[in-house]
Design a protein around this ligand. Structure first.
Ligand SMILES: [Zn+2]
Length: 68
């Protein structure tokens, strides 16, 4: 089996490849874009945001339906 070489980390916002010791993304200026060697908002973070947005949406629907 061949292990792929470790890919250069990418910015979590714009996806620009940045060096692991870079303090800021050269494209969008995100501070420490690859500090942990991964994206700041991983899949769990995105799902968490989606769940929160859905919860807020449901709450707003309930409030609007109750107000009528
Ligand atoms: Zn960036």
């Amino acid at each position: 089996m061949t292990a792929a070489p470790q890919a250069a980390p990418h910015c979590a916002v714009c996806g620009t490849p940045v060096s692991s010791d870079a303090q800021r993304c050269p494209s969008c200026g995100l501070s420490r874009p690859a500090a942990q060697g991964g994206s700041v908002l991983g899949r769990h973070g995105l799902w968490l945001i989606a769940a929160v947005l859905l919860a807020v949406y449901v709450v707003v629907l309930l409030i609007v339906s109750a107000a009528r």
